[in-house]
Design a protein around this ligand. Structure first.
Ligand SMILES: [Zn+2]
Length: 369
């Protein structure tokens, strides 16, 4: 086959190994013989990069599994105005807090940093202005404690744009290509991709097009369907179970019936099997384009269905970590003691759990736990 984008004949040398669903959000399966390396480097990656940028917070939140690369950290702001650096495995304060207090004959600093390295950098910096500061002594007296943000996370999510639309359509065409159907037959997709024509897709939040939706899974899935009688090729695409799109690739199709799909649980990097109920006539397609199948209740349910179980999972995981750390701290503290004073033990144990318990109380989850 020739490259879909530039029509150069594909060879093993110029084949790109394009991911059907971008790897940046957890897509794993690659397609050969679809677009050449040069086109993938120019157009393909630019379109997917825009998509990845818009979905990056979700990719971090769901801790998607990738076969290469890492998702970049995001700076997010809580409802209390705190700025945090959010990565797949950690949550850090954006800026350390340095409090300065001038007393009669001296200046005192209180430093809250994310870790000892950061504390050392700050103390070293301060020494330039205050040469009598003993950095090592200061760091030796530092204590570590768990600090939770005071506010809630504000996740704002907006989605769209020409290149993101092209990334959607490319995903559908890649799935056609890997199943031996020449994507060039899709005149509507071609007009959009090559001539920046009218979008050949619309957001779809109406009845569930997934017949056996996996419960609580932020699924990525794509289905392409050719209908001989209706002469249509249509696609349905979902990202994280919340971005839901119907694509009308062709209304001029002359081949046989077909239906192909690819679905993945991006939190595990595992392919899953789902079935689709995809069949729209031309008036249905028009209604989708005009946002007539955009039910805000369905949008809200779609989010809740995947976000809630993940939050619960992460909270349970965090509790395990807190208990594990507490156990380690107690073992260190009482290692080798023949006699353990009960009062001291209880005080130390409560002390090690206090930040967590306080956090539960502050976030109104005390009763649940
Ligand atoms: Zn090309």
């Amino acid at each position: 086959m020739d490259c879909y984008l530039c029509s150069e004949p594909m060879t093993p040398q110029n084949d790109s190994g394009e991911h059907i669903i971008p790897n940046s959000i957890g897509g794993m399966r690659e397609v050969k013989g679809f677009i050449c390396r040069a086109c993938n480097g120019k157009a393909g990656e630019a379109w997917d990069a825009d998509l990845a940028k818009q979905l990056n917070k979700l990719a971090l939140f769901f801790r998607v599994v990738r076969d290469r690369g890492e998702n970049r950290a995001e700076v997010i702001e809580t409802s209390a105005g705190e700025k945090l650096i959010y990565t797949k495995s950690s949550l850090k304060f954006f800026a350390p807090v340095i409090k300065k207090e001038v007393r009669e004959d001296s200046v005192h600093f209180q430093i809250s940093a994310n870790d000892m390295n950061q504390a050392r950098q700050i103390a070293t910096g301060l020494k330039r202005s205050y040469p009598t500061l003993d950095v090592e002594k200061t760091l030796a007296s530092a204590t570590t404690q768990t600090k939770y943000p005071d506010g809630y996370f504000n996740f704002e999510f907006s989605f769209g744009g020409l290149s993101v639309g092209k990334s959607f359509v490319k995903t559908a065409l890649a799935l056609l290509s890997v199943n031996g159907i020449n994507p060039k037959i899709c005149e509507r997709a071609n007009a959009y991709i090559f001539n920046d024509g009218e979008p050949c897709f619309g957001y779809y939040y109406h009845h569930d097009l997934l017949i056996n939706r996996p419960v609580g899974v932020p699924v990525h899935c794509i289905c392409v369907k050719g209908n001989k009688a209706e002469r249509t090729v249509q696609a349905y695409l979902e990202y994280f179970g919340v971005v839901r799109i119907v694509i009308s690739l062709s209304a001029n199709y002359e081949g046989d019936d077909f239906k192909h799909s690819y679905a993945i649980d991006p939190t595990k990097g595992q392919e899953i099997t789902v079935d689709f109920d995809l069949e729209f006539d031309e008036s249905g397609v028009k209604q989708i384009y005009e946002y007539q199948f955009y039910d805000s209740q369905v949008v809200s349910d779609a989010w809740h269905t995947v976000i809630r179980p993940e939050i619960q999972r992460q909270q349970e995981q965090h509790l395990e970590e807190v208990l594990g750390k507490s156990r380690e701290a107690m073992e260190r503290r009482f290692a080798g003691s023949d006699h353990i004073d009960l009062e001291e033990f209880i005080a130390a144990y409560v002390d090690s759990l206090t930040p967590y318990i306080r956090h539960l109380a502050d976030s109104g989850r005390m009763r649940d736990k």
